[in-house]
Design a binder for this molecule. Sequence first.
Ligand code: HEC
Ligand code: HEC
Length: 363
Amino acid sequence: MHPPRSSLLAALCISLVGLYSCQREEDLAAPSSPAWNGPTPYQLVFPAWATSPMHDLIIPADNPLTVEGIALGRKLFYEKALSNDYSMSCASCHQQEFAFTDPRTVSVGTDGSLGRRNSMAVVNPAWDHQFFWDGRAPTLEMQAFGPVANMVEMRNTWPEVESRLAAHPEYPLLFEHAFGSPGVDSMRVVKAIAQFERTFISFNSRFDRYEYGGETTALTAQEITGRDLYFGAAHCNDCHAAPFFSDIVLSSIGTDGGSALDHGQEEVTGLHTDAFKFKTNTLRNIGVTAPYMHDGRFATLAAVVDFYMDSIDANSPNISQHMMPYFNGGVELDVAQRAALVAFLNALTDEEFLNNPALSDPN
Ligand code: HEC
Ligand code: HEC
């Protein structure tokens, strides 16, 4: 009795899905036809445990996720016409195999000029509301406006990008599909890119399978020792808090005390009390995102751990209270413990994310 009923339901669903997808394919050439229902809503998929009081999933009301919007954003993320000389796309500095950062110490513009900051990994950005090392962009949409016109990055202008895309054989129709009406403009470009970036979801590292999936063999004994240090004696989770491995504040950890080169958040707010504060990056996939810190000063995770253990300067301006354990003798890790901590950090790598075909270059 029950089985036939549920299988009937399933059959109905399948035929509905079939009908729906057939209809979509036919309509692809004619979004303006009366039969077209608009862009197809898209639901993000992530585990139920991936929540924290500090992190809300942020999907702006004026930029809902759609299948067509994400597909357009993917193409644009890998689009070299965004740069002045067609040599560089977002992906040039945000490469999937490195969790969407790049291995260079600081980024390099299309003319070879050097920036002053290390590129940033883009991991679970749908839960974030402060972008860049100094937190100056409040949304992914606003963030994406930056690189195109940045003179040490893509060195282009938005009117030029708009006219290139409007004259392109494919883009005008893709924009119409994604936004339901004709028109190529910069706001739509950043909206589509932001939609694509919101699908950068990474919650399937070996740590996740151990911690949340109950797979007791997913971590080695050394990694478990490192895990216990991370959440305990080493105090890392005080700021890089699981499950996102970041908090929502910018902090000074003493990387730049006294340096005039980069004042971090002070450059945005103008407040001396914000000097040398930088974003607490997520540590998810940290094993593949070297070099480390806003200026890429550390080549290895071992060097980062040694820095926390040995070199934190209590007199650094605005140093975070959470850094106290490192300079008041509260954290003393021996060589084996430091190695275990590094091993644990490497277990935060999510191979599925780094190889997810839906995030690769579509061209
Ligand atoms: C020339 C290299 C380069 C290019 C090209 C580039 N970026 Fe970046 N990206 C960086 C650097 C460097 C930072 C950090 C800059 C800062 O903090 O001032 C960054 C930061 C970001 C962030 C912030 C991440 C976070 O967690 O706060 C996002 C998102 C991002 N870029 C996306 C993009 C998109 C989208 C494009 C294309 C429109 C792009 N980038 C093009 C180098 C680049
Ligand atoms: C006060 C909060 C705080 C604590 C505690 C803390 N961090 Fe950080 N962490 C930060 C901030 C802020 C940055 C960025 C600093 C910069 O670039 O100048 C950072 C950067 C890092 C980076 C480099 C990230 C990247 O993308 O380049 C790693 C790795 C790291 N921390 C690991 C750790 C480990 C391991 C611990 C524990 C031993 C720890 N952190 C404790 C706030 C903290």
